[in-house]
Design a binder for this molecule. Structure first.
Ligand code: GLN
Length: 539
C-alpha cells in the first residue's frame, strides 16, 4: 500500500510549493523508494492548454500528450522520471469525468453529489496514479492557497483519504513567513492563521515547510510549534536559495526525509544525494558566464519581467551550461522591440547564443523573424524551438529563396507562399473551433539525417521528442529550401513531417518543430541544448 503525502500552501502563492514537492520526492527517491508526484490545479479549465502563459506560466507537455502545469516539469526534472496524464487534475477535468460517468449510468441511478462523489473521484485518480508506477510514495500538491474557495473539494478529498487510511496519509503545509522591512523581524502570524484555516477544513498539518527570505530561528520555530500543534523538529526551515536545485540538500540538512519516514512508522534510511550535491557544487563554482538571449513575448507583465512562461527552456539552458562548468547568463529580449526599432538588432551581437522559443499568434513574429535573420547572417549560434523553427523557415524563404510573401497559415489566411501550413488533420478541428487538447501533442519519433549537427548531438539516428503545435513545414517547399542551403536534418517517418532544420555553413543554426526543453534533466542535459551551449562558448 502506497503512502500519500499531501502538500498544501499557506499565506500566498508563488512561494515554491512545486519545487518543495519535487524536492521531497527527490529525497525519498534518494532513499531507495519509488516516488511519483501529482499536481492538482483548482480551476475549471480541463487542462492548462487553453491558458495564457503570461497569466499561468509555461504549458508543460507530458510524453503521453497532456498539456499541464509547469510544476509537472519540476517533478520530472527533480525525480528524473516521466510523469503521465493521471498525475494531473483540474476541477474541470474531475467534474468532466464524473459527469461523463453519470451520463453512462455508472452510478446505478443514484443521486450524484458534489460531496462525496467529487472527492471520491479525486481519491480514485490519486490511487490509480500511484498504482500505475507501483509507487511507495505518492506526493500530491494541491494548487492555490488554503482558505480559497476553489481548492476546498481537493482538501476534502485529502481529509477523506486520511479517514480511510489513517496511517498512510501525511499533510505538509508550505507556508510563508514575511520579514517586513519596517519591522525587521520574521513574522509567523500569517502562517499561524494558515494552519487554523487548514484545521477548519478538518486537516492538521504534520509538518510545516517555513519559506522565507531567511532561515527560521529557534524562537520563531518554538512560537509556531506551540500555536500550530506541530513539533519543532517537524518545522523545516526553507530560506530563499540562489538555485532551486539546492532545495533537496537543504531539506535533508534538516532531516526532512527521515522525519517523514518516522511519521509513517518506517525505519530511517540514509539518502544518496551524491550526484545531486556534485551538481550543486558545479552551480556554485562556475563563475565564467555564457551570455544567452531569449527573444520572446510572454514575459512582460506591467512593470515586472516574468520568466515562468519559458521555464523549461530556461532550465534546459542552465543544465547545458552547468555541464560545461559555465554560468548561464540569460537576457530576456522583447521581439516587439525589433519591430519598433530595427537598429536595436545590433545588440544581438553581444550574445554568445540566441534562442527563439515557442509561441502562438501574430504578436511579435516580425521582430522574431528579424532576429533570426540577424543570427543567420552574422553566424550567431541559434536555437529555434517550435514557433522558432517555423519562423526560421519563413525568414529563409523570404530572404534567401526570394519568396517575399512567405508566411504561415497561422498568421495570414491567404498567401501564395504558405511555407508553414496547417496540418491536414487539424483543419476540421479549427473549423469546428475544437481547440482544447487537440494539437499534435506528446511524443513522436524522428529520424535524423547523416552529417547533421543534430545527429552528432544525439549520437543516434532514432529519437523521440515532445510536440505541441498545429502547423508544420509545407513539404512542397522542401526542395527549394534545400537547394538554397537549408538542411532537413530530422523527419517524422510515419507522416513525413519535417522535425528539424539546420542551415549549412553556419557554426550552429538548429531549429526544431518539437520542444526539446521538456526532456532536459539537471544531471542529463538535452543533447541539442548541450551542442548549442558548446557552440556558444566557442563563439
Ligand atoms: N503556433 C505554432 C503552431 O501551433 C507553434 C506552436 C509552439 O511554438 N508550441 O504550430
Amino acid at each position: 500500500m502506497a503512502k500519500y503525502i499531501f502538500v498544501a500552501g499557506g499565506v500566498m502563492s508563488g512561494i515554491g510549493k512545486g519545487v518543495a514537492t519535487a524536492s521531497i520526492g527527490r529525497i525519498l527517491k534518494s532513499k531507495g523508494f519509488g516516488v511519483t508526484a501529482i499536481k492538482i490545479d483548482p480551476y475549471i479549465n480541463v487542462d492548462a492548454g487553453t491558458m495564457n502563459p503570461i497569466e499561468h506560466g509555461e504549458v508543460f507537455v507530458t510524453e503521453d500528450g497532456l498539456e499541464c502545469d509547469q510544476d509537472i516539469g519540476n517533478y520530472e526534472r527533480f525525480l528524473e522520471e516521466n510523469i503521465y496524464t493521471d498525475n494531473y487534475m483540474t476541477t474541470g477535468k474531475v467534474y468532466q469525468t464524473v459527469i461523463n460517468r453519470e451520463r453512462n449510468l455508472e452510478y446505478n441511478g443514484r443521486c450524484v453529489e458534489v460531496v462525496p462523489d467529487i472527492p471520491n473521484e479525486v481519491i480514485a485518480t490519486i490511487k490509480r496514479a500511484g498504482k500505475k508506477v507501483k509507487a511507495d510514495f505518492v506526493l500530491i500538491e494541491i494548487g492555490g492557497t488554503v482558505g480559497e474557495y476553489q481548492n476546498m473539494l481537493f482538501l476534502e478529498a485529502a481529509r477523506m483519504l486520511k479517514i480511510s487510511h489513517p496511517k498512510d496519509v501525511l499533510f505538509i503545509l508550505v507556508s510563508y513567513m514575511p520579514v517586513p522591512a519596517i519591522i525587521g523581524e520574521m513574522k509567523t502570524k500569517p502562517t499561524q492563521y494558515a494552519v487554523r484555516t487548514l484545521n477548519s477544513a478538518g486537516i492538521q498539518p504534520d509538518m510545516i515547510l517555513a519559506r522565507s527570505v531567511l532561515a527560521l530561528d529557534e524562537p520563531r520555530k518554538r512560537k509556531l510549534s506551540i500555536s500550530s500543534n506541530v513539533l519543532p523538529e517537524d518545522i523545516i526551515s526553507a530560506p530563499d536559495v540562489t538555485s532551486i536545485y539546492e532545495v533537496p540538500i537543504n531539506f535533508e540538512k534538516e532531516n526532512l526525509g527521515n522525519r517523514i519516514l518516522k511519521k509513517f512508522g518506517l525505519k530511517a534510511r540514509a539518502s544518496d544525494l551524491k550526484k545531486w550535491e556534485n551538481f550543486v557544487k558545479i552551480i556554485k563554482n562556475s563563475p565564467e558566464p555564457v551570455e544567452i538571449g531569449i527573444v520572446g513575448k510572454y514575459f512582460e507583465s506591467g512593470k515586472f519581467t516574468l520568466t515562468d512562461s519559458y521555464i523549461s527552456v530556461l532550465e534546459a539552458v542552465k543544465h547545458a551550461c552547468f555541464a560545461q562548468h559555465r554560468k548561464p547568463k540569460i537576457t530576456w529580449i522583447s521581439a516587439e522591440e525589433f519591430e519598433k526599432n530595427p537598429a536595436t538588432l545590433k545588440k544581438l551581437k553581444n550574445f554568445d547564443g540566441i534562442i527563439v522559443p515557442g509561441g502562438f499568434g501574430n504578436r511579435g513574429i516580425e521582430g522574431k523573424i528579424k532576429a533570426i535573420g540577424y543570427c543567420r547572417k552574422n553566424k550567431i549560434p541559434f536555437l529555434g524551438l517550435c514557433l522558432g523553427m517555423q519562423l526560421s523557415v519563413i525568414e529563409f524563404a523570404r530572404n534567401v529563396c526570394g519568396l517575399k510573401d512567405a508566411t504561415s497559415a497561422e498568421f495570414k489566411e491567404n498567401s501564395d507562399n504558405m511555407v508553414i501550413d496547417v496540418m491536414e488533420d487539424q483543419k476540421m478541428l479549427l473549423e469546428e473551433k475544437r481547440y482544447g487538447g487537440t494539437m499534435r501533442l506528446g511524443s513522436y519519433s524522428c529520424e535524423l539525417k547523416p552529417k547533421t549537427i543534430s545527429l552528432k548531438a544525439y549520437g543516434t539516428p532514432e529519437i523521440t521528442e515532445r510536440h505541441r503545435h498545429r502547423y508544420e513545414l509545407n513539404n512542397s517547399y522542401r526542395s527549394i529550401l534545400e537547394k538554397k542551403g537549408m538542411v532537413i536534418a530530422g523527419v517524422n517517418p510515419q507522416k513525413d513531417l519535417v522535425e528539424i532544420i539546420e542551415i549549412r555553413d553556419h557554426p550552429f543554426f538548429v531549429a526544431t518543430q518539437f520542444h526539446p526543453e521538456f526532456k532536459s534533466r539537471p544531471l542529463n542535459p538535452h543533447p541539442l541544448f548541450k551542442e548549442f551551449i558548446k557552440a556558444a562558448i566557442k563563439k
